[in-house]
Every structure is written in structure tokens, then in C-alpha cells.
Design a binder for this molecule. Structure first.
Ligand code: SF4
Length: 361
């Protein structure tokens, strides 16, 4: 199939593996940011193709995995209200809060609906004027334009029964957090191509310079990842520490200006809690004051709750590149996709789910 097979060609993959073998002289630890990249790496056995000197660790770029447990608990509280229709992408439904999940709330009678676009939630609000419609707006920079458009349209239409439960997070601040950890091992990054499609690459230039790490904006197919790794290792071996673009067929240096304009109209940068990682300054988006009426937490008068995370789950260490999923004592024993303890075992982008599904390490 065009646009897929050409990025999965085994001959070209062998070419990149040979090229990586030729240039690698030292041990290097490289983190892919995005959970989609993690799944491609584990599914296609990319780690196993590489020279033994190269270690791949898996970053925090799975939106479901980093949505804090207190936000899940707020979602559960809102979704259980009889006047509410709670709309969410499907993969949030099984993410455990401190006691239950959205799927269980639905089983107990809550009106929890899976939608495929935030604009579908706006339509649900138009179709149900006597109900309160809440959309669970989670994710990175990639999903922000769609979520911003939904609330922008709701305001344009004068909808009063629509709000967002927002848990947006940003990639550059979490990269800085990982690089600031004195126990950190990451020496180079594969940045997430789709995030840069929206935001461009400018924010990564000061990070590469300050922390002396190569950052290669990379796509999601096996050949994208092998080429991104080759570019990253080539920089490491040559002593260069720059931002490069492997995903140039999609990413432009300055990103999508229209999307950025819409985001800055609707959202403002705020501190954000990350599941497993704690609070990171200026690492998220919340609704801007002009859109405060569309803030579900404010609308429903929710107060701050600080639930306990399971002490069995080491997802924070995994997402900082300090450990791999198979080093979690609960992996595949107490924690499985059918009975997840932590979010990385639930999500289709979670590292633990990738290791469990493809199990090739
Ligand atoms: S295997 Fe389960 S408990 Fe362990 S880190 Fe992954 S999600 Fe958490």
C-alpha cells in the first residue's frame, strides 16, 4: 500500500541497520518521545536489529499514560452525574482512576460516549440542549487544535451546555525535566513528528543547545525510526548536538501557523501534573480566561483531590528512561491489559502495553 509499504521495506531497513553499525563506536542511550514510535520500535523489533551499544528507552509521549490520576477521578465524578453526557476518546475509558474507570461508570448507568472528533461532542451538545456535555480534552500539542476548535465553535454557536475537562501537556518542558534529572541516561532524542507538524521545531533548538543533546524530529514508520536513529547516532558520534528533521515530508520548521493561532486564542500555558512524573512548571495548556465558562472543573465546582497512585506502578521511571517495562515487578503478573494497574498497560501508545503485546525483548 502506497505511503505505508515504502516505509516498511526490509531491504532499506537492512541498509540503515548496516549504516548504523558502521558509524557506532560507543554506547548511546536514545529516547523516542512518542508512544506511537515506541509501539513501532517494539512491534518491528527495531531494538533487536541495532548494535549492542545502542539502548532505546521510551519517553512520556503517550497522552493517556500521563493524564494524572486526579484528572481521571474528576472525569469519573462528572461522568456519574445524571445531567451529564461525558464524551471521550475510547482509550481513556479503561484508564484506572484511584478506584474505578469510565467504563465502569458507564456500566453503572452513566452516559459515557466514545467519540472520534471533539467536534462530534459539539454536535452532541446541539442535539441535547437539556443535558450538560463534557468533552475530556487530553493529549499533547497534536490534539490541541481540534480541541481548541471545538470550544471555539461552541462559543461561536452560543452553546451554554458544553465544556471541556482539560488535561493538555506539552513536549518541550517534559524533555527538559528528563534532561534535568541527575540520574538521567538520555543522550539523544527522537522527537515526535506529529507534534512538530503543529508546533514546528523552534522550541527544541534551545534545548539541544542547553543540554547538549541531538534532537531528531522523526516519523512513525519503521524506516522513519531507523533513519531518525541513524541521524541521531551520526550526530552523537561526530560530537554535534543539533535539531534535525527526518520527517521533512510532513514537518515544516515553523509548524502550522493557523493551528498555533487558534491554540493561543483558546489556551494559555499553565503548570501541569503528569501521571508518574509529578508537576512540571509551564508544561500544559488550560483554557484562557476568555473561555473560562467552558471549563468543566469550574462549571461543576470541582475541588482539588490528591489521590494515591498504586505503589506497584513504576511508570514514572519508565517514562524518564530509567527503567524498561519488563523491569516492573507487576508486568504481566499483577498488571496485564485485562487488569491494568497503570495507564501504560492500557493505552495503545503505552510502553507496557507494547511490550506485553509484542513481547520481543
Ligand atoms: S507494568 Fe503496569 S504497574 Fe508496571 S509500570 Fe507498567 S503500567 Fe505500571
Amino acid at each position: 500500500m502506497k505511503y505505508l509499504d515504502e516505509y516498511r521495506d526490509p531491504e532499506v531497513a537492512r541498509h540503515y541497520v548496516t549504516a548504523i553499525e558502521k558509524i557506532t563506536t560507543k554506547p548511546w542511550t536514545i529516547m523516542e518521545i512518542c508512544g506511537g514510535q515506541t509501539h513501532a520500535i517494539v512491534r518491528y523489533g527495531i531494538q533487536n536489529m541495532l548494535p549492542g551499544e545502542i539502548t532505546l528507552v521510551h519517553g512520556p509521549g503517550c497522552p493517556v499514560c500521563v493524564t494524572p490520576i486526579e484528572k481521571i477521578d474528576k472525569a469519573l465524578e462528572i461522568a456519574a452525574r445524571p445531567e451529564v453526557i461525558f464524551c471521550s476518546f475510547g482509550d481513556m475509558l479503561r484508564v484506572p482512576g484511584s478506584v474505578t474507570d469510565l467504563l465502569s461508570v458507564r456500566a453503572e448507568g452513566g452516559d459515557v460516549r466514545v467519540i472520534y472528533s471533539p467536534l462530534d461532542a459539539v454536535q452532541v451538545a446541539r442535539d441535547n440542549p437539556h443535558k450538560e456535555i463534557v468533552f475530556f480534552a487530553v493529549g499533547f500539542e497534536t490534539t490541541a487544535p481540534g480541541n481548541a476548535m471545538a470550544v471555539y465553535q461552541a462559543r461561536e454557536m452560543g452553546l451554554k451546555n458544553f465544556s471541556l475537562l482539560v488535561s493538555h501537556v506539552l513536549v518541550p518542558p517534559v524533555m527538559e525535566s528528563i534532561l534535568s534529572n541527575p540520574d538521567g541516561k538520555v543522550q539523544g532524542f527522537l522527537a515526535a513528528g506529529h507534534v512538530c507538524t503543529v508546533m514546528g521545531m523552534d522550541a527544541y533548538v534551545p534545548i539541544a543547545a542547553k543540554y547538549k543533546v541531538p534532537i531528531v524530529v522523526t516519523g512513525f514508520e519503521p524506516l522513519d525510526i531507523l533513519q531518525g536513529l541513524y541521524m541521531c547516532i551520526r550526530q552523537l558520534e561526530a560530537g554535534r548536538r543539533q535539531v534535525e528533521n527526518q520527517y521533512s515530508r510532513v514537518v515544516e520548521a515553523h509548524g502550522n501557523r493557523s493551528a498555533q493561532q487558534l491554540i493561543s486564542e483558546v489556551f494559555q500555558v499553565i503548570p501541569r501534573q503528569w501521571r508518574g512524573l509529578g508537576e512540571i512548571p509551564q508544561s500544559g495548556w488550560g483554557l484562557a480566561p476568555a473561555y473560562a465558562d467552558y471549563d468543566a472543573e469550574r462549571h461543576f465546582g470541582l475541588t482539588e483531590i490528591l489521590p494515591e497512585e498504586s505503589s506497584d506502578c513504576i511508570s514514572g521511571e519508565i517514562m524518564q528512561g530509567l527503567k524498561k517495562p519488563v523491569q516492573c515487578p507487576a508486568f504481566g503478573i499483577k498488571c496485564t491489559p485485562d487488569h491494568p494497574i497503570g495507564a501504560p498497560m492500557v493505552s495503545t501508545e503505552g510502553a507496557c502495553s507494547a511490550y506485553y503485546r509484542y513481547g520481543n525483548e
